[in-house]
Write a protein that binds this ligand. Structure first.
Ligand SMILES: Nc1ncnc2c1ncn2[C@@H]1O[C@H](COP(=O)(O)OP(=O)(O)O)[C@@H](O)[C@H]1O
Ligand SMILES: [Mg+2]
Length: 313
């Protein structure tokens, strides 16, 4: 397999009896990405993550993490991976600092380095004033932030966060998403799973939309519209029933134009940029008419409707 991908799966499959929880998943995640593994509840995200971590054996297909097979070299793989499970587990009767200290020791950190790192991480996640408070007394959002500190303690190359914003209020969600961007700035490759496309997509360099065990669309959010719905980010609709060949040709040459379609009494220009001003000038120069342009921006809501609503409980 190609080494430039830190995570790569080929036809990765997990069957429970006849049910395929993950069905021939092909993922390639490059170093430095914030990859959003997005899909409704039950899509198979957690199952896929458990296979990446080597916690669950694939039925067929392969996984490579930094070129290693997590089933064969679990210790080496886990050394470079930070993992935050869906339900973050802390000792409620220990303080934030004590919990991080415990994780640090488990990962072989000792001496002065450990308390220094704990302080730095508590600072990063905005919990230094809670350092000596029992974890059982933290809000859910605070626990998630502590979870991020817990992942970062071993200085991972890759962090896999399963539903890091689930069940947190909007403010807490924004804080967790900011922290994930901070992790990325610290050169950690981040994989986040979420059933909340709206909240999470904005911090992802790339997303894979997962539905019923399969990736149904993948790419940057800007390109998803085209991949998922076969259209560009903008539809510009003009009340012109027919175009001359010359005008059609000139429109096609405008930047970002994907397609030009005449239907009924109107023409729709599908494009990646909002070029309505250029279109207006072009049409006016060509036909002498000043036409009203109606601009529809592609909305992630459509992706949401198409893939996310269908399997909601
Ligand atoms: N151990 C298991 N045995 C049987 N079915 C399972 C098991 N784990 C998960 N599943 C099923 O696999 C599907 C995917 O689950 P999961 O990976 O948890 O989805 P997600 O994380 O996207 O919500 C679900 O239908 C779930 O019920
Ligand atoms: Mg899950």
């Amino acid at each position: 397999m190609d080494n430039k991908f830190v995570i790569e799966t080929r036809d990765l499959t997990k069957a429970y009896g006849k049910f395929l929880a993950v069905n021939k998943l092909n993922l390639q995640i490059a170093e430095g990405e914030v990859f959003g593994f997005l899909g409704p509840n039950g899509a198979g995200k957690t199952t896929a993550i458990l296979m990446l971590m080597g916690f669950c054996e694939p039925t067929s297909g392969t996984v490579r993490v930094n070129g290693l097979d997590p089933a064969r070299e679990p210790i080496k793989v886990k050394r470079s991976l930070g993992y935050m499970p869906e339900k973050v587990g802390f000792y409620d009767d220990l303080t934030c600092r004590e919990n991080l200290d415990f994780t640090g020791r488990l990962n072989g950190l000792t001496g002065k380095r450990l308390p220094e790192r704990i302080d730095r991480l508590l600072d990063m996640v905005g919990l230094n004033d809670k350092a000596d408070q029992l974890v059982g007394k933290l809000s859910h959002g605070m626990k998630q932030r502590l979870g991020i500190a817990d992942v970062m303690i071993k200085d991972p190359k890759i962090a896999i966060l399963d539903e890091p914003t689930s069940g947190i209020d909007p403010e807490g969600t924004a804080q967790v998403l900011d922290l994930i961007q901070e992790m990325s700035k610290q050169k950690v490759t981040v994989v986040i799973s979420s059933h909340q496309l709206h909240q999470v997509q904005k911090i992802c360099t790339r997303v894979g939309i997962f539905s019923k065990g399969q990736i149904v669309a993948a790419g940057s959010v800007a390109n998803l519209g085209r991949e998922a719905l076969r259209k560009g980010q903008f539809n510009i609709i003009m009340p012109i029933a027919q175009l001359s060949d010359k005008l059609r040709d000139s429109i096609s040459k405008l930047p970002g134009v994907i397609d030009v379609m005449c239907k009924g009494n109107s023409t729709t220009v599908i494009c990646d940029d909002n070029i309505s001003d250029q279109l207006e000038t072009l049409v006016q120069n060509e036909t002498g008419l000043k036409v009203q342009m109606k601009v529809e921006e592609f909305d992630l809501e459509e992706v949401y409707m198409k893939y996310f609503k269908e399997s909601q409980p």
